[in-house]
Design a protein around this ligand. Structure first.
Ligand code: TNX
Length: 507
């Protein structure tokens, strides 16, 4: 049986803007299918190669990649740039007939997203590593046309590599999930009380000492600059921007343990007997540590760290945290954030911070990440844009139900439907569409020790958030989503990904 009778009953997540089924025969992959890219090659050529790499293992077909602008023979998958300028820089048009598949986009990111849609229209078995179980349907894709583009510019996930460290390989596995669901931003929470995870040459003990443990007393770890560059390039190849975060002025115990002159007051609420070194912290309390807001050393430190981070980060944003400060007054806090904002600007980047930064004097180019809402409106009133991460919907470190072993529950239990059924613009009174840059699902890692555990919390909730960020309001529908996402579990299994089989879905 073919996987889909017609394009009208496709299983694509996130839901495309427009899907028009055609009555003609489907397109079928075969041993003679070629991938045609523009003569100029370039990024479209690289995307065509990536498509071939995706299709070869399961089918066993060669998928030659040809560079030409000439008319193409029947049986081709054609990638073209231009002609779809109205679709924005991430949009695409996918046209499928018995003779050919055409993906047209104004920019390479759109071609990349179009390929993810084509991939999801193929039977799940396309994800298999070997062609051992030939697809009975003949690898066919129903005829029709999809026109698609995102609702929001920032569609992200966050991984907390500070509470537990994750390897470069694990981060790449997460990036693969983001790419499949057309997410374009990966925010890395690189420093917190329990660990500093990025090499900084001017302050070497940050990573060497501050990175030497994690929650529970494990060995921790950190990314060298080469590791970080590797992650940045892997993400770039998938049209994903890395947003690095150094959380300050609170959540800074790992830095203060490495360089005690950075601290003003610091009393760890509980010191783990497992802590391998003086001043290091392996518990999970928050808010108690702080950089000294009135010492020049602090700003030299911030300038050095932001400078090195800006130099290794091609994306426009540096996230400076700014959350949960308990040991500074509001005035002291605002003084600190104002100066840090200037430092970030001096390094030609835009500052992002958790919504508490609304208490400072924000530039309109700064971005506040809404998580609790109380200070978000103060940021909006200053012209800053919001990235929406309401903890009750978008925090994918929350337990699904009281029975979930992993995760925390301080904000809510977040079952799949809670993660899906909300709107970034109407969620909070006073926010308008113009204020919202996009959405992000943070994965804090107090209870999450490796990527397998992370995947259990990520799938299926991150695809739900991806649809919140990509799909137009009028195309979104819970019943439709729960039917479509069910078809993704076989894909995840073939990709070796762990997931939570939510009882809200008929898997
Ligand atoms: C709150 S959200 C925090 C983090 C914790 C998280 C756990 C935010 C800006 N701060 O420090 O890891 O809750 O859910």
């Amino acid at each position: 049986m073919p996987p889909l009778a017609a394009l009208g009953v496709h299983r694509v997540v996130p839901m495309p803007a427009s899907v028009v089924a055609a009555s003609g025969a489907p397109f079928a992959l075969s041993a003679t299918t070629t991938i045609v890219v523009p003569a100029a090659g370039g990024e479209a050529g690289r995307i065509g190669e990536a498509l071939a790499v995706l299709l070869r293992p399961a089918t066993g077909f060669p998928f030659a990649v040809t560079s030409t602008d000439a008319a193409v023979p029947n049986g081709s998958i054609v990638l073209r740039l231009g002609g779809a300028a109205t679709l924005s820089s991430e949009g695409y048009e996918l046209t499928i007939s018995a003779d050919s598949v055409r993906i047209v986009a104004a920019a390479p990111a759109g071609l990349f997203h179009g390929i993810q849609t084509f991939r999801q229209l193929l039977p799940a078995a396309i994800e298999a590593e070997q062609s051992t179980h030939r697809e009975a349907s003949g690898w066919s894709v129903p005829a029709g046309q999809i026109t698609d583009y995102p609702r929001f510019a920032w569609r992200g996930a966050m991984l907390d590599v500070a509470r537990h460290f994750f390897t470069v390989d694990e981060v790449k596995q997460l990036i693969d999930i983001l790419a499949l669901y057309k997410l374009n931003t990966l925010h890395l929470h690189l420093a917190d009380d329990q660990g500093w995870r990025i090499q900084i040459d001017s302050w070497p003990r940050l990573a060497q000492y501050g990175g030497s443990t994690e929650v529970g007393g494990g060995p921790g770890g950190y990314f060298t600059k080469a590791d970080y560059g590797d992650i940045v390039r892997y993400a770039q190849d998938r049209y994903i921007t890395i947003v690095p975060e150094i959380d300050m002025p609170a959540h800074t115990n790992a830095a203060i343990a490495s360089y005690p002159e950075l601290g003003c007051s610091r009393t760890a609420p509980d010191v783990s007997p497992n802590a391998p070194g003086a001043g290091l912290y392996t518990g999970i309390h928050v808010g108690w540590s702080a950089l000294c807001y009135d010492k020049e050393t602090t700003y030299k430190f911030v300038n050095d760290v932001v400078g090195e981070l800006a130099a290794m980060t091609p994306g426009p944003f540096i996230h400076i945290g700014g959350d949960e400060v308990q040991v500074l007054t509001i005035e002291q806090y605002a003084t600190f954030i104002d100066r840090v904002q200037d430092i970030v600007a001096q390094h030609q980047k835009r500052m992002v911070g958790w919504d508490e930064i609304g208490r400072a004097h924000l530039k309109p180019t700064s971005v506040a990440q809404m998580w609790r809402s109380d200070t978000s409106m103060a940021a909006v009133r200053q012209g800053a844009k919001l990235v929406m991460s309401p903890a009750t919907q978008a925090y994918i470190d929350m337990k699904y139900t009281p029975a979930t072993e992993l995760g925390l529950d301080w904000a809510a239990y977040v079952e799949l439907r809670n993660a899906y059924d909300w709107d970034p613009v109407t969620q909070y009174k006073g926010v308008t569409a113009n204020d919202v840059l996009g959405v992000e699902a943070p994965l804090w890692s107090e209870t999450v020790q490796n990527i397998t555990a992370a995947e259990y919390l990520i799938l299926p909730r991150l695809p739900a958030i991806a649809e919140v960020g990509w799909s137009a309001t009028q195309t979104r529908d819970w019943e439709s989503f729960r039917a479509r996402i069910a078809a993704h579990a076989p894909r995840w299994r073939l990709l070796g990904m762990n997931y939570y089989p939510s009882p809200q879905v008929n898997w």
